[in-house]
Design a protein around this ligand. Structure first.
Ligand code: PLP
Length: 387
């Protein structure tokens, strides 16, 4: 089976992990801050907070922005469930903004319309979580302008988009958002095994996220009330936090992978172009790219022109899987999940997301994918759609 995504591990990655294993600190040592600094420097952000997953990063990001019971958070329905669950963890409600027909990212037009619609009824979102689907940046300038007008905060779920550029600038610099989060799960652009990071230019947000990742405990006397005598053993828990720490073992892998980030993304870009060429005569839609942006190409998503293909999406999907092609569907609209159905959402809630869901298939894409494997995928696809 050719998987839809997989990690690329070098000898240098293995060396870096082994070095930590031989060192004094497996966790809370020097490698986590080094990894944080490397990502912050790469992205041009002031602060980076490493945690044990992007899911944890989304959780502490929402809490740092003050998301709580009574608030509502909006996100895209075409994302991994974690982009929505983080609001529920904070006791807030979630709502979904339909996607753009070309980019499959949250639609700015739908966002503007929905904001205007709820403005008078008091249902404005506290936070909007935008997702750079497949590594393609969202329309950040327009979304930021709406945030200024309606007074919401923005989290970029950039789990797919480390190494991507919006209008020539690296995603994660925080120009148009409060917090950007990355995932280092093995299928993502770079990996730390499991891991995530939250970037911000706001010192207070960074401080709150650091506190939340380690039980809400501080050893900084300036943050303690009442201020204790400065005994060496003293620490205080000043809020309710979690153990969301990243280990130095994971950070060593992530830090080592950072050195190949640009190479990984450029390899993905080249493979995507190759797919574009190989697939150009098929009745499918290949990924639309904005001329001013640079996608990290976490995913290569095609859409089947079902009116020109005499086969169902399900048939094509099953035929590809039967041919050992590890296709996938990113994603089932979140509101269709049984848990969200129980919260009151119905299938059909976002019409454009439904259309996308009925036609989309992710083809295998990862840096080590060979041209022979790409040809194998394309041959299988031709067979599946019976051409
Ligand atoms: C993978 C992913 C996450 C969660 O990442 P973890 O590191 O596995 O917690 C969140 N959002 C999106 C869009 C993702 O693809």
């Amino acid at each position: 089976m050719i998987p839809y995504g997989r990690q690329t591990i070098s000898d240098a990655d293995i060396e870096a992990v082994v070095e930590v294993l031989r060192s004094d600190f497996l966790t809370q040592g020097p490698v986590v801050p080094a990894f944080e600094q490397a990502v912050a420097d790469y992205c041009g952000a002031q602060y980076a907070v490493a945690v044990n997953s992007a899911t944890s990063a989304l959780h502490v990001a929402c809490l740092a922005l003050g998301v709580k019971a009574g608030d509502v958070v909006w996100t895209s329905p075409i994302t991994f469930v974690a982009s929505a669950n983080c609001a529920l963890y904070c006791g807030a409600r979630v709502d979904f903004v339909d996607i753009d027909a070309d980019t499959y990212n949250l639609s700015v037009a739908c966002l503007a319309e929905k904001l205007a619609c709820v403005e008078t009824s008091g249902g404005l979102p506290k936070v909007v979580i935008v997702v750079h689907l497949a590594g393609q940046p969202c329309e950040m300038a327009a979304i930021h302008a709406l945030s200024q007008r309606y007074g919401f905060n923005i989290i970029e779920d950039a789990s797919h988009a480390i190494g991507a550029k919006y209008r020539g600038e690296v995603i994660g610099n925080g120009r148009y958002s409060d917090i950007t989060i990355f995932s280092f799960h093995p299928v993502k652009i770079i990996t730390s095994g499991e891991g995530g990071m939250a970037l911000t230019n706001d010192a207070q947000l960074a401080k709150r996220m650091r506190l939340l990742r380690t039980h809400g405990i501080t050893s900084d006397v300036a943050d303690m009330t009442p201020r204790p005598a400065q005994e060496l053993w003293f620490y205080q828990q000043i809020t309710l936090g979690f153990n969301y720490r990243m280990t130095d073992i994971h950070a060593a892998l992530g830090l080592s992978q950072m050195q190949r980030l640009d190479a990984f993304v450029s390899k993905r870009q080249g493979l995507a172009k190759q797919y574009d060429d190989l697939l150009s005569d098929l009745p499918i839609v290949t990924p639309w790219q904005h001329a001013d942006n640079y996608s990290a190409f976490h995913l290569y998503i095609i859409r089947l022109k079902l009116d020109e293909i005499g086969q169902s999406q399900r048939h094509v999907f099953e035929a590809l899987r039967a041919d050992d092609i590890g296709v996938n569907l990113h994603y089932i609209p979140v509101y269709r999940q049984p848990y969200y159905r129980d919260l009151g959402f119905e299938p059909g809630y976002c019409p454009e997301a439904e259309r996308y869901y009925s036609q989309a298939i992710s083809l295998p894409l990862f840096p080590a994918l060979t041209l022979a494997e790409q040809n194998q995928v394309v041959t299988a696809l031709r067979r599946a759609i019976d051409l």
